[in-house]
Design a protein around this ligand. Structure first.
Ligand SMILES: NC(=O)c1ccc[n+]([C@@H]2O[C@H](COP(=O)([O-])OP(=O)(O)OC[C@H]3O[C@@H](n4cnc5c(N)ncnc54)[C@H](O)[C@@H]3O)[C@@H](O)[C@H]2O)c1
Length: 349
């Protein structure tokens, strides 16, 4: 008689196709808003999480990382890569998948694609930071680096912060044309620019989201006027930065998890005790965010495990009542828990 796996042995799996359906059912801007709130809720309870810098395996061409955390009830991790040269081979720079498990039994409760979800959660985290750090009336964002993350960043800043215009620049004009095409009809006024300097003209928020596996200088000091909020996404690995260090000296720097950011972020260019403010303290009202209209604020984003946990938790909740997942038979499930060998015989021809 065929054996039926127990309920816990079947794990809900969200394919890329189903993630796309979920995003459209919720609506992308609404989902970015809800994800921003989910991440912010977890930043408010920062202390209860297990925290460790992500575990990175570096190679000549890129990095593969594992990003684990737990809130004591649920454990989560993301597998993610970063390979700037991939796009030359028709592959993506960043791909990811993620898992949630219940701490009490260790059994997984969700397995999902996370390439799309990473773009969404990165944009939502940027928007959360901007909500606390950007000038209150920010209407224009410069978007430097028009690759896979770009549209998500622009739409999150629109949905959460209320920007109305985006000024695009990429060294590859085809990337800018793609982003402009994708944002047409979004309600954002889109301008394609000829240089990074041109893109920053009149922008209250400057997002850098480029990919290069070397120290780069996407922004120089002269491009950064008083009162700007810089959302630096692409500097997220040892040896991979986007800002000239003089900018850091003029800015107040906000980070996710200092032990990780000091190794991976823009501040790897600075002394190990360079002063930073942890974003979760700002979210909780325990540290100042933007203090005045002339202050330059910098969110030195690298991406931290708690943001992925929040996104996974959000997707698990959002899946309820939908058919946007398949139950997959991924956990071995002997009738007698000690008889794993006996279970193996079920498949004997
Ligand atoms: N902080 C985070 O949480 C987080 C999350 C996801 C991705 N990232 C990082 O963000 C970056 C962008 O990711 P993506 O998936 O959009 O990559 P992508 O390869 O799709 O796009 C990168 C774009 O940057 C452009 N570019 C490279 N050098 C440039 C320069 N000097 N000036 C202007 N444009 C330049 C490229 O032409 C390309 O279009 C990567 O470095 C990635 O590692 C960070």
């Amino acid at each position: 008689m065929p054996q039926v796996p127990s309920e816990k042995a079947l794990v809900p799996f969200v394919s890329v196709e189903n993630m796309m359906r979920l995003v459209h059912q919720v609506g992308i801007e609404r989902m970015l808003l809800e994800l921003t709130d989910a991440i912010e809720a977890d930043f408010r309870r920062w202390e209860i999480f297990d925290k460790t810098p992500r575990i990175a395996s570096h190679s000549r061409d890129g990095v593969i990382e594992l990003m684990p955390t737990s809130d004591g009830e649920t454990y989560g991790f993301k597998y993610v890569n970063g390979h700037p040269k991939n796009s030359n081979d028709g592959l993506q720079t960043v791909t990811a998948l993620g898992l949630l498990a219940e701490v009490s039994s260790g059994y997984p409760v969700l397995l999902t694609e996370m390439t799309l979800l990473t773009a969404l959660r990165t944009a939502a985290t940027s928007a959360m930071a901007a909500r606390h750090l950007a000038p209150g009336n920010a209407k224009t964002m410069a978007m430097i680096g028009n690759g896979a993350q770009a549209e998500f960043q622009a739409l999150a800043m629109k949905a959460v912060v209320g920007i109305e215009a985006v000024r695009l620049y990429d060294i590859d004009p085809r990337a800018t044309a793609k982003t402009a095409r994708n944002l047409a009809g979004s309600g954002l006024a889109v301008t394609s620019c000829r240089s990074a300097q041109d893109a920053t003209e009149g922008a209250e928020i400057v997002t850098t989201c480029t990919a290069d596996k070397q120290f780069a200088t996407i922004l120089t000091d002269n491009m950064v006027g008083a009162g700007i909020h810089i959302n630096a996404i692409g500097g997220d690995c040892p040896g991979k930065t986007e800002l000239h260090r003089d900018i850091l000296l003029r800015a107040d720097t906000f980070v996710e998890y200092p032990p990780q950011t000091r190794v991976e972020g823009e501040i790897q260019q600075m002394a190990p005790d360079y002063p930073v403010t942890e974003l979760w303290r700002v979210v909780r009202g325990e540290a100042a965010g933007r203090r005045d209209a002339r202050q330059i604020t910098l969110f030195d984003s690298v991406g931290f495990a708690i943001e992925d946990f929040s996104a996974l938790r959000y997707v698990r909740e959002r899946l309820k009542g939908t058919d946007f997942y398949q139950d997959i038979d991924i956990i071995a499930d002997p009738d007698d828990p000690r008889d794993l060998f006996g279970m193996l015989q079920r498949a004997k021809a």
